[in-house]
Write a protein that binds this ligand. Structure first.
Ligand code: GCU
Length: 423
């Protein structure tokens, strides 16, 4: 009996330790616990995938289904754009360099209305321009100091340092994020920039009473069901609706839309690329946990940490994997593989260990198996490249010096990558 109690006590100590370990963030490579990744080329029924056809018709759909049901959540119903209003088209923007266009998409269902405003800068020199489509964090007017950019009326997270008070923006924040959007360089390289404030689609807070989700509630429902969308899936749904609009705009080449996002919006760009194959290039800037970084590799942010800090980003089913990543039937290299054979760029920053740069790189490396199935080179290297030495195959990757941010350096690489694949 004594022995039994002792063993019980030991078990308690050991499991106590494991949990304690999970509570401290791992930043030391030698402390990463062992993990096993599902094989991309083996179906859930154990059969091997040997052709593009089996990938497209069997393996890809089954992986997409797991990500939909267990990670990001289903879109409950289709909803088309109800109305489009073009506020202006000016061919004299940025000192005559660009066309500026501002358009609102309206979504209406029962008594609910949502307005999503698109800002575009397009090069005058290109007829039907290839574009980068990027959601932004604090309103369209923050990407550039242009006084003509309309101010959003949507909820915005408070930031008194740039005059965002009572969750409303003011003039003070105009241009405050312009270092992340080198618009002139983009235009001079022959590309357009299309941007939308992500909070127009769904305000980024743990509250499902606003944004697009309530449009689909049935009866007394107050939040999405447990396999239905969190905010990441809602934002990427919004990207697809912007794409619906771009397909109708004569100034844009909708076959050449590169969807790009930073951080949580990088997670969103990846999910948009996985669910909507009209996006021709997908770019994830420091997307980290729930984005490009592997989840089963415990380093930096984990499933439990992200679900605790941002409970509204994923579907509720994802909570099952808190400190239980080994039970996940998929990992993020499989999300990246859903983008194949389209060009994909994954970027990390040395000072962004929270996002696990090595885990982001490994994910891109393992996704390469599917690009190879298509006869393409995925990542052109097997080991992580040196800092500030980008590599570009059909998958591109860099780790740059500096912190978690979308920088001019990152854009320089994305423009080169777009040239390589679009021109
Ligand atoms: C937090 C979060 C990350 C996310 C980032 C961002 O740091 O933990 O997962 O990528 O915010 O979106 O800025």
């Amino acid at each position: 009996m004594k022995q039994f109690v002792f063993i019980l006590f030991l078990t308690f100590l050991i499991s106590g330790n494991t949990n304690a370990q999970r509570e401290t963030t791992i930043y030391d490579e030698s402390k990463v616990p062992e993990y096993q990744l599902p094989d991309l080329l083996t179906r859930f029924n154990g059969r091997k995938v040997k052709s593009e056809k089996v990938w497209d018709t069997k393996r890809r759909p089954e992986i997409l289904k797991v990500f939909t049901d267990e990670v990001y959540g289903k879109v409950p119903e289709n909803l088309k754009i109800s109305d489009v209003k073009v506020w202006e088209t000016s061919d004299n923007a940025l000192n005559g360099l660009a066309i500026r266009k501002q358009i609102s998409l309206f979504f209406t269902k029962n008594d609910k209305n949502l307005e999503v405003t698109i800002l575009m800068y397009l090069p005058k020199s290109v007829n039907k321009a290839p574009v980068f489509l990027a959601l932004n964090f604090t309103g369209n007017h923050t990407v550039c100091s242009d006084p003509n950019i309309r101010l959003t009326e949507s909820w915005v997270e408070n930031n008194p340092s740039i005059g965002i008070i009572n969750n409303r923006i003011t003039e003070q924040s105009r241009g405050s994020n312009s270092d992340s959007y080198p618009i002139e360089e983009i235009i001079k390289a022959g590309y357009g920039l299309v941007t939308v404030y992500y909070g127009d689609i769904d305000p980024d807070k743990n509250d499902f009473s606003d944004g697009i989700e309530p449009f689909f509630y049935k009866g007394n429902q107050t939040k999405p069901n447990q396999d239905e969308w969190g905010s990441i899936a809602a934002w990427s749904w919004g990207l697809s609706r912007v794409m619906d609009y771009l397909e109708t705009d004569q100034l844009v080449d909708s076959k050449k839309v590169a969807v790009l996002g930073h951080s949580r919006l990088g997670k969103t760009a990846l999910w948009a690329g996985a669910t909507d194959q009209r996006f021709a290039i997908i770019i994830s800037n420091e997307s980290g946990c729930g984005g490009a970084a592997l989840s089963k590799r415990i380093f930096g942010e984990t499933v439990q940490t992200i679900n605790t800090s941002f409970p509204h980003w994923f579907c509720d089913n994802f909570l099952k994997y808190n400190s239980n990543e080994e039970q996940l039937p998929v990992d993020q290299h499989m999300l990246l593989a859903l983008i194949a054979p389209r060009p994909l760029y994954v970027a990390s920053a040395e000072g962004d260990q929270w996002a696990d740069p090595h885990g982001e790189f490994l994910s891109a490396k393992y996704a390469s198996a599917i690009y190879e199935l298509f006869g393409l080179e995925g990542l052109p290297v097997k080991e992580m490249p040196e800092v500030n030495l980008p590599v570009m195959g059909t998958i591109g990757y860099h780790i740059r010096s500096g912190k978690h941010h979308l920088t001019a350096y990152d854009w320089e690489q994305y423009l080169k990558f777009a040239d390589k694949h679009f021109k």
